[in-house]
Design a protein around this ligand. Structure first.
Ligand code: API
Length: 294
């Protein structure tokens, strides 16, 4: 039997971004790519991102979190999932410490401090964006990652040829468009995600700046496809809009699942994301889920 079977999980969401939280602290258990795909295939545990908690390895941090996409690949950061984990570690009856109002998670991409604003609203410090071509990463040394040329055969719309690249703990390419809902994201998303200019693939954003403090956004996520919301994508869109001088440093980003408030703080260059979480249900990982995927 798979060692993960019978472990408890929480099904949550951040603005409809489907998040499953699995607490493996205190154990040596690890989630493989095929385990992640097996869990994602189950309607009751289905996720865009699986947030797996392991024991912290650095003093002053509360957990080490590994983040998996639907296709089993690992991500360095997940804004919506971080808010969900913060709620779970403060408010869940089995794994939470209700005396806590702030915590810091470790991820592959760095530290993510989170603060509880109210019962279901959290702010995450997503850190400073990385903007150099080899930090995004891009396959070629573009000097100006805020405007670079991307040729893609089957897409003839010129608006989709000059993205702004931002790494927010994961790679993003932001395309500024008049109306994100006019595009067939299902079709262009995978072409752009897998374009050879992105050696680690990329999350793809279609953004419209409708006012200096408002951005409308749709996201095609690396490894997960179209999602209702993407926290790091919202941060990337705001950073890209500031780099292009299209918006102020603080804006509301409206995603299909709802709004996030994003600020690219002048003082230290960190990006702060504030938004809600929702708890849906809890369950246990069933042994037979893993048999076919093994
Ligand atoms: N939904 C997440 C981002 C997941 C990113 C992931 N798709 C990747 O980089 O591989 C968020 O709220 O930030």
């Amino acid at each position: 039997m798979n060692a993960l079977a019978t472990r408890r999980f929480l099904k949550m969401n951040g603005l409809g971004n489907q998040i499953t939280v699995l607490d493996l602290r205190g154990s040596q258990l690890r989630v493989s790519e095929s385990d992640a795909r097996a869990i994602a295939a189950q309607p009751g545990a289905r996720f865009d991102q699986l947030m797996v908690l392991h024991d912290a390895t650095t003093p002053g941090t509360d957990a080490y979190v590994r983040i998996y996409n639907t296709d089993g690949s690992e991500a360095g950061a997940c804004g919506n999932g971080t808010r969900c984990v913060a709620w779970a570690m403060m408010a869940d009856p089995a794994m939470g410490d209700p005396s806590k109002t702030r915590l810091t998670l470790q991820t592959k991409a760095g530290l993510l401090p989170a603060v509880r604003e109210s019962e279901f609203v959290f702010t995450v410090d997503m850190g400073a964006p990385r903007l150099a071509w080899d930090e995004i990463p891009l396959a070629e040394p573009f000097h100006d990652t805020a405007h670079f040329e991307l040729q893609i055969g089957p897409i003839d719309d010129p608006i989709l040829h000059t993205p702004c690249a931002v790494n927010m703990g994961n790679p993003h390419a932001v395309f500024f468009v008049d109306d994100p809902y006019r595009f067939n994201l299902e079709q262009i998303g995978p072409l752009l995600e897998n374009h050879p200019i992105f050696p680690d693939r990329a999350n793809i954003e279609l953004a419209a700046v409708t006012a200096p403090d408002h951005i409308v956004l749709r996201v095609w996520e690396r490894g997960a496809g179209i999602t209702q919301a993407c926290g790091s994508g919202a941060c990337a869109a705001l950073v890209a809009a500031v780099r292009r001088e299209l918006s102020a440093r603080k804006a509301v980003v409206s995603l299909p699942g709802g709004d996030l408030t994003i600020e690219w703080r002048e003082r230290d260059g960190h990006v702060l994301m504030t938004g809600p979480v929702a708890f849906e249900w809890e369950g246990v990982l069933e042994p037979d889920w893993f048999e076919r995927a093994a």
